[in-house]
Ligand binder design. Structure first.
Ligand SMILES: Cc1ncc(COP(=O)(O)O)c(C=O)c1O
Length: 393
């Protein structure tokens, strides 16, 4: 035995990623539930509906049909073809199945596309407020997120001018339409201008279209209409409500397909086969999903009609997704403390904004309304008693 003290291996710098503040609220929610107290959950962005019935039937049949093997690294051929046909049906666009890669939720789509597009050390612009995992995934891959700030005054819309003003070393841009947490949707013209600005500067443009299908006016336009150079990330978690099935997809510029195929083979072999089979069947469920989107629309309208009367009147009405991002400056400068107090005193739980916006988030909270209308009614009933009693600045 040597007298030299053993050395402890240290964790990597790339794993130094902040844990979402939302999890702290989630833990408080769990404690409340454990005490047997009620929670009105407007925290998470998970539709509280079962998966499409066709998906369940297809998964059930596949379970009894024999072994469930891996699929090709880019996904089941018939699912890729099904997604290509879906683009034709929904958008009138001919997207070759060969440009589609099936992923493990859109989350692995981000990981694979970031790995395929960027080299370690590069800086990537991310529109904020936005889904926090973009930044976490970039950091985990030794990439540095660069904030493009947007605000309510401009409906949280990124513009071509913002792209043109980016520092010279930026390698790409990540944005979403409709966006989480704001519900902001970019028009065809917005997307055209952003696409052209990225192309002009030689930037990768990665567009998260996960909330397509959930919109409250015109349907969402896809950036794929603008040309073949953007990377689109999408999946079955939101419109189809299949979060735990973990299936997403990428539409890639042709030159990235072999890169993603190789990365996928090394990092994950394939997305879960049973879920791919279910996802293929889900693609054909617009009839069933329409009723859900109608419930989200009703929830959205209830919130828009009621919250201003309770003092929460600073928000941009969401065009899509199922979130309302509210400025709570009139009540508090600390959104996390505000969410904790609201949970403790009313049982209503919302997400603090700091997860979504690294600079201005402390002034915002996000209500998720992908719940049954009765849950929104119960939340508003509680807030109608509580908000007027809160001290106003
Ligand atoms: C904007 C956005 N993108 C991506 C994701 C990740 O979803 P999934 O990996 O289930 O597709 C989420 C989840 O909430 C999200 O809100």
């Amino acid at each position: 035995m040597s007298n030299i003290p053993p050395k402890l291996p240290v964790a990597s710098s790339r794993s130094e990623i902040e844990i979402y503040r939302m999890w702290r609220i989630y833990n408080a929610l769990q404690e409340r539930l454990a005490r047997g107290e009620e929670v009105i959950n407007l925290l998470v962005g998970e539709p509280s509906f079962p998966p499409p019935s066709r998906a369940i039937a297809a998964a059930e049949a596949a379970l009894h049909a024999g072994p469930i093997p891996y699929t090709e690294a880019l996904g089941l051929r018939r699912l890729r073809q099904g997604i290509a046909a879906f683009y034709q049906r929904r958008y009138g666009l001919a997207i070759p199945a060969a440009r589609i890669a099936v992923t493990i939720g859109s989350s692995s789509g981000f990981m694979l596309s970031f790995l395929a597009a960027f080299s370690a050390g590069q800086r990537v612009a991310v529109v904020e407020p936005s889904y926090p995992a973009y930044r976490g995934a970039l950091r985990a891959l030794d990439l540095t997120p660069y904030r493009i700030g947007t605000d309510a005054a401009t409906g949280f819309r990124p513009t071509a001018a913002m792209i043109e003003a980016l520092p010279a070393d930026i390698a790409g841009v990540v944005l979403a339409s409709p966006a989480n947490p704001t519900g902001t949707m970019l028009s065809r013209d917005d997307l055209a201008a952003l696409y052209a600005a990225c192309k002009q500067r030689g930037l990768w443009l990665i567009v998260d279209e996960l909330y397509h299908g959930v919109s409250y006016g015109a349907p969402a336009a896809t950036v794929l209409e603008q040309g073949d150079d953007a990377i689109v990330v999408n999946g079955f978690s939101k419109y189809w409500g299949m979060t735990g099935w973990r299936i997403g997809w990428l539409v890639l510029p042709e030159r990235l397909v072999p890169r993603v195929e190789a990365l996928s083979g090394s990092l994950q072999i394939s997305a879960p086969t049973l879920s791919q089979i279910a996802a293929l069947a889900a693609l054909d469920s617009d009839d069933e999903m329409a009723g859900r989107v109608a419930q989200y629309a009703r929830n959205r309208q209830r919130l828009l009609d009621t919250l201003p009367g309770l003092g929460l009147d600073r928000f941009a009405p969401p065009d899509g997704a199922f979130y309302l991002y509210c400025d709570i400056r009139a009540f508090s400068d600390d959104a996390e403390a505000f969410c904790r107090k609201m949970l403790d005193e009313t049982g209503v739980v919302a997400a603090p904004g700091a997860d979504f916006d690294t600079e201005a988030g402390a002034h915002f909270i996000r209500f998720s309304f992908c719940v049954a209308p009765s849950v929104i009614d119960a939340a508003l009933q509680q807030l109608a008693q509580w908000l007027p009693k809160q001290q106003r600045h």
